[in-house]
Ligand binder design. Structure first.
Ligand code: ATP
Length: 319
């Protein structure tokens, strides 16, 4: 193998730049030519491709976002679109492709692999919704961003003696709400994986008030429901007007944490190693702090296990 490509696809995540840097530097270290493909699969189809040098990835390890830009591309979901993408790869002489993205991007990578292009996937998404890996690149940074917000909201909630609902991202995965909520000392954490009773949330507010608690933080994962509806429901039941903060896209940005930079660097270098070793259709992950790999199909078929023990701990610690 002489020439490889790298792209970022789907939602952006902090640490994607560190992963690109690792791919480019590890590739060049191993005498490969590395091509950067802009705007995900859309850029691949359109031939938005440039040779990357060592200096192309200088000064990016600490930056959020992705220097290659990212996109969602419906055309790539069609056979004609993928055919076009393969043509472009052939024209540029790109023999292997590293895709940094979430489950959708992995499905695209798997299809390319079936069509004979060597592909490796690096999990880049803040959602941490891929079951085969303990962590995805970007999750830890998002958790820390949310934690910072909780800390600030706690100050104002305490001053005004208010209950606050904080809605966070994660799609159908409650990990951001769980990790940030537990670390931030939230009173209630509502996630799609666990059923809940609004009466329990209300009881916590009332009990907290009666023992002199000045705030009550309710974490709501976006896949669980609507923060404003929850606010109404709480008011109807106990007459408490909770404040709502929907954190939104700030969760996607910011400098990646040390954890995400390390994860991205290790995964990026491993992806290059596997491409050189002739592997294809493989997803890189991390289990028990070891970098692992498995077929993308198998990785995507695994069902995410929610950490029930951590979830229960919230109940214990927020009495
Ligand atoms: P995130 O989890 O952050 O949203 P993602 O990678 O899951 O990231 P998607 O929008 O689902 O984001 O997928 C990114 C792109 O991958 C799509 O726009 C499309 O180009 C490609 N893709 C997704 N699903 C498929 C599929 N089934 N077959 C081929 N390509 C796909």
């Amino acid at each position: 193998m002489k020439k490889i490509g790298v792209l970022t696809s789907g939602g952006d995540a902090p640490g994607m730049n560190a992963a690109i840097r690792a791919v480019v530097r590890a590739g060049i270290y191993n005498q490969l030519e590395v091509m950067g493909i802009s705007r995900g699969y859309a850029g691949l189809i359109n031939g938005e491709i440039e040779k990357m040098e060592l200096s192309s990835v200088g000064d990016i390890i600490h930056k959020g976002g992705t220097i290659l830009k990212t996109a969602r591309c419906d055309q790539f979901k069609t056979e004609a679109g993928r055919k076009q993408a393969i043509n472009v790869l052939n024209v540029y002489g790109i023999e292997g492709l590293i895709v940094i993205g979430g489950d959708g991007s992995f499905q695209g990578a798997e299809k390319l692999s079936q069509d004979g292009i060597n592909t490796i996937g690096i999990p880049g998404t803040i959602d941490n919704d891929l079951a085969y890996t303990d962590y995805t690149v970007g999750f830890d940074t998002a958790v820390n961003t949310v934690l910072d917000a909780i800390t600030k909201i706690r100050d104002t909630s305490t001053s005004h003696e208010k209950a606050t609902i904080i809605e966070v991202m994660g799609r159908n995965c409650g990990d951001i709400a769980l990790y940030a909520g537990l670390a931030g000392g939230a009173e209630s954490i509502l996630v799609p994986e666990e059923s809940f009773d609004i009466d329990d949330v209300c009881k916590k507010i009332v009990q907290g008030k009666s023992r002199g608690k000045l705030h009550n933080i309710i974490m709501l994962a976006e896949g669980t429901g609507n923060a404003f509806e929850l606010q109404k429901e709480i008011f109807t039941r106990i007459g408490v007007e909770a404040r709502v903060t929907v954190l939104g896209f700030i969760q996607r940005g910011g400098n990646p944490t040390a954890f995400d930079r390390l994860l991205a660097s290790r995964m990026g270098a491993k992806a290059v190693e596997y491409l050189i070793g002739g592997k294809s259709g493989v997803a890189i992950g991390m289990k028990d702090n070891k970098i692992i790999h498995m077929p993308i199909q198998e990785a995507l078929s695994e069902e995410k296990e929610f950490d029930g023990e951590m979830y229960k701990l919230t109940g214990v610690l927020s009495l």
